[in-house]
Structures are given as C-alpha cells and as structure tokens.
Write a protein that binds this ligand. Structure first.
Ligand code: ZN
Length: 358
C-alpha cells in the first residue's frame, strides 16, 4: 500500500474512513544527504466505536526487536478486527535508525534523548521535531498509549512492563496505568517511582489524560525470536484490555510487582563473566559475576544487593569502571518464582554460551 507523505500538521487533520487502513510518512526534515526523513505511521480505522490507541516503538533505534514487533503488528492488523482506531508508529526516531545508533547523532550542539524530552519543538533540532510530531500530531486525540522498548546495545532484558510513575499524572490515569500494566500480561510488572518532572512520551501522554505505559523485552541490535513475538503478544493484550481488539488478554500463571531495582556495576575494568541470566532469582549477597584481568586473575566478584529477579544482563564482556553487569528487581517471591510455569514464549528464550564455571 503506497504511503501518503504529509507534514505533522497535515497528519493531525487526516481522516481515515471507517473500515479502512492507511499508511503515512510524516515528514520531519532532511538528512545530510538532502533527502527527506519521515516517521512511518499506520492508521487502522475500525467500523465499530472504540478508543483511539497509539502503539509505538523505535524511540531508541538500536532496540530493533521493539521496532519489528510494532511493524509486524501494524502491517498485519486489519480494520475488520478493530473497534475504534489504532495508530501504529514503529519508528519514532528514523534519524537514529539511519545511523544504526540509539540516538540521532547529528543533533547540534548536543545529541538529545527523545526518551527524556518534556516537550517537542516544531522548529528545534531534529529530535525535538520528531518529539513534536509524535506528541502533538501523530498521537493527537489518543485515549491510550503503549511505548515499546527492547534494551541497550550491550544487553538482554527479561520481558516486563515498565511503568514510570512521576506523581504528575491525574489519579484516574494512574489507576488505569497500573491496571493496564498488569493486563499487558508480563510476569514482571515494574511500577517505577521516578519522581516529578520526568519527561518522555509515556509521561507526556499520561499527564494529558491518556494512560500510557511502556513494555520492554529483548536484546540490543538484534531482533531474534521469541522477543518480537513476546512484544506482539503484549501489544495485543493491551489492545484487548482497552477495547480495540476482541477477547481477553493472555495472562501468565504468575505475576510479580516490583518497585525497586538495583544496577550492579563494576568497580574494576577488564573482562566480565556472569553467573546469572535474565529471569533468574537471586538472593542478597549471591555472587552474580566477576571481573578478570588479561592474566585471567579475578579483580572483583560482584554480589546482588537484594533478593530479587535478574532483569537485564550485559552480554558484552568488555567492562570499565561503572559498567553495568546486570540489574536486579527486588522481591522476596523466591521459590514461587523459580517453580512457576513459564509462558510458552518465555520458555523459548535461550542463553547459549552465557557464563563460565566459577
Ligand atoms: Zn529504550
């Protein structure tokens, strides 16, 4: 289906007929090659009434599993299965995608993280313009939002809901976000109190009355299964929970809510080895990894500061002082977690050649 090229302001005014689907390329500027750069958007308009939901990924362009999930979901969704409107934007940051980087590198004078902006600028640096188009035009009128992530380039993330709570959200929005955080159907629900004044798409939408949450799963750079499918299951669950799709969300046997996470960082530099993997339950004081020098001597052993579940593990062994080895989300759930019945897709997550014997 050919995509219509529109400006952000023109996109705001488009009307897609009930029972149809349209692709758009929202022009936000030009690359250094003097060629136009666009944010891709799919609008699926059902025949029946329902909410307007904004499903989006690719804020951090190295998180390719999330981009793949949104792209596949938007590409396959048909107007017949939708009530209301589903707006899918698989790539919020096309400039960063072009350079295979996390952030758009040509912003001047400072490279900006689209994930922490509080406000877009129609005439600002390219990242500000992208954020303006996303928050003021592409998601205009949305009742709900879902922002999809994978992880940083060095690591792997166990599937989780990530709901940043700032305290700026209206009370009803907060309640709905917590409810949706559960219904999106991941085993780990991270209700993260980040404090007032936090920016980013989820905050901007939530503050204006449209409950918006984030989900995360997968690796940096790569989009290997089962992660895109795990994210697509989350998107469908979200759309079922808000009323865009029929049916009940697919729920796991066990869900755990966590509020506190600890980054386990190296004090010494060298070669890291992990003794844990994503999804493992660890006890406070348990050794989770080592840093060794090039004589294979142990420089330090790193331990978990709390009982909890390992969510993110760094997959790259090159570490310097301050590098993150892994993180742990605090919970005392213990054996109940270890002995749980794994969801079918989570069972397929593999960790080949992950660690060495102590
Ligand atoms: Zn991200």
């Amino acid at each position: 289906m050919p995509a219509k090229v529109v400006s952000p302001e023109e996109f705001k005014k488009v009307s897609v007929k009930p029972g149809t689907k349209e692709n758009f390329l929202v022009r936000i500027g030009q690359m250094s090659t003097s060629t136009d750069i666009h944010i891709p958007v799919v609008v699926v308009q059902g025949r029946k009434d329902g909410p307007k939901t904004f499903v989006t990924a690719g804020q951090h362009a190295e998180e390719t599993g999330s981009i793949d999930a949104a792209k596949r979901f938007g590409g396959q969704l048909t107007p017949d299965e939708v009530s209301g409107t589903v707006v899918v934007c698989p790539l919020q940051n096309p400039g960063a995608w072009a350079f295979r980087t996390r952030l758009y590198p040509l912003d001047a004078p400072t490279v900006s993280d689209i994930g922490s902006l509080k406000k877009g600028e129609a005439n600002g640096i390219l990242t500000d313009r992208a954020f303006y188009a996303l928050t003021e035009c592409i998601s205009d009128g949305a009742n709900f939002g879902l922002d999809i992530h994978a992880t940083h380039l060095d690591s792997m993330n166990y599937p989780r809901t990530m709901t940043m709570i700032t305290g700026d959200e209206p009370e009803a929005v907060h309640k709905k976000r917590v409810e949706l955080s559960r219904k999106v159907g991941y085993e780990v629900i991270h209700l993260w109190n980040v404090g007032k004044g936090r920016g980013g798409l989820t905050s901007v939408l939530s503050n204006r009355g449209a409950p918006c949450i984030a989900i995360e799963a997968g690796e940096g750079w790569r989009a290997l299964e089962p992660f895109p499918s795990i994210l697509i299951r989350g998107i469908k669950n979200f759309c079922k929970a808000v009323g865009n799709l029929k049916g009940e969300p697919e729920m796991p046997d066990l869900q755990v809510e966590v509020t506190k996470r600890f980054e386990i960082t190296c004090n010494y530099g060298g070669f890291s080895n992990l003794f844990v993997k994503c999804g493992d339950y660890v006890k406070k004081g348990q050794v989770v990894g080592q840093v060794r020098n090039m004589f294979d001597e142990v420089l330090e052993e790193l331990t978990s500061p709390a009982n909890g579940i390992i969510i993110r593990c760094s997959l790259l062994p090159t570490v310097a002082t301050g590098a993150r080895l892994c993180n742990v989300s605090e919970t005392d759930i213990g054996d109940k977690w270890t002995n749980r019945k794994l969801p079918t897709l989570e069972k397929q997550i593999t960790f080949s050649g992950y660690s060495r014997a102590k």
